[in-house]
Design a binder for this molecule. Structure first.
Ligand code: NAD
Length: 320
């Protein structure tokens, strides 16, 4: 069978598939030429990440497709129900990227605590002429250890974030609309993982008592943000907020206002409304720590994703 991995596939997964007899092509085909290429080359399996759109018209134009695989979690770029109605199997890799997203969250948190995003913007310009001014500007850093991290959405990634937080000595308070409690493993080299049981709290308690808040919910069914001006007004003055879930889960204009007024000390964003063309004005806010949707973009996560997809493909077609 022929596989088109249109947004790439890490070498480990390609190797596993080739060894199982599949042909794997990782060359990127433009969206407008995709249907024609799939039909001409007889691809039966289409693998994507978040860039390639697998909409109804593409699915209808390519009757040979038997499986669509999404390397990652969110399937917003695939018309899943439509594909399944045509008996096309649709799979994703929900667990593979949790640890990488959690580490990115901490990259942003540590950076914001010491003003690193702004300091990196200012140093090339003013570092050699106004060193003392910048030193004073960034002199009021804070530590994470001992502070409270609020986690909104206590699923796979929320729990991975909790594990790192506990590991560096933070207190964790979590809210989830479904999960009541979870045993969080804390990994300490040389001893068996310690499990810490965390029971979730009310939304209000997490918002009102956390020094740092990280959001890990999926896009909401009604399309509305989880964090708006109202929720921000309930947060501690000077709180720090991170959104590495989905663009629009935090209301972007509310963030801009809260940073400008000083209500929030810092905000980290890995995801944006209107990706890949986020609001240019918002990006200029000096209180922001920014990354272009790279939560799962580590060698380790991409390897796990490729192996998880390869296993699912091999399992699906082993008796075909
Ligand atoms: P998950 O399904 O394991 O967990 C999500 C949790 O959120 C669930 O427990 C659910 O009950 C809870 N939830 C839903 N709505 C809620 C609400 N309004 N308030 C509180 N809790 C709510 O998902 P996951 O694997 O942890 O992924 C979380 C998010 O991270 C998703 O939006 C996913 O798309 C995103 N993600 C981002 C990146 C990145 O590159 N930045 C990578 C992978 C996943």
């Amino acid at each position: 069978m022929k596989i088109l991995a249109n947004d790439g596939l890490a070498p480990e997964g390609v190797k596993m598939l080739k060894e199982a007899g599949y042909t794997v092509i990782t060359e990127k085909i433009n969206q407008d030429q995709l249907a024609q290429a799939i039909n001409e080359e007889n691809y039966e399996i289409l693998l994507v990440r978040s860039a390639t759109q697998v909409r109804k018209n593409l699915i209808d134009s390519c009757p040979g497709i038997k499986l669509i695989g999404r390397g990652g979690v969110g399937m917003d770029n695939i018309d899943v129900a439509h594909a399944r109605s045509k008996e096309i199997k649709v799979v994703n890799t929900p667990a593979a990227s949790s640890q990488s997203v959690a580490e990115l969250v901490f990259g942003h948190l540590f950076g914001l605590c010491r003003f690193l995003p702004d300091s990196n913007r200012m140093m090339p310009d003013k570092g050699s002429s106004e060193f003392e001014m910048l030193k004073k500007k960034y002199s009021k850093g804070i530590e994470l250890r001992g502070k409270t991290l609020g986690i909104i959405g206590f699923g796979r990634i929320g729990q991975a974030v909790a594990s790192y937080a506990l590991g560096i000595g933070m207190k964790v308070k979590a809210f989830d609309t479904y999960v009541a409690s979870a045993g969080i493993p804390v990994h300490i080299e040389g001893i068996d993982p310690v499990s810490v049981e965390i029971s979730t709290r009310s939304f209000e308690e997490v918002l009102m008592s956390s020094d740092f808040i990280s959001i890990h919910t999926p896009a909401q069914k009604d399309g509305k943000p989880v964090i708006t001006e109202k929720e921000i007004s309930m947060m501690k003055n000077g709180a720090v907020l991170v959104n590495a879930s989905r663009g629009g889960i935090v209301d972007e204009s509310a963030i801009d206002g809260a940073l400008k007024s000083g209500k929030l000390k810092g905000v980290a964003l890995d995801v944006f409304l209107n990706e890949p063309s986020p609001n240019a004005e918002l990006l200029k806010n000096p209180g922001l720590s920014l990354s272009p949707h790279i939560g799962a973009a580590t060698a380790e996560a991409q390897n796990r994703i490729s192996l998880e997809l390869a296993s699912q493909i091999i399992e699906t077609f082993q008796h075909a």
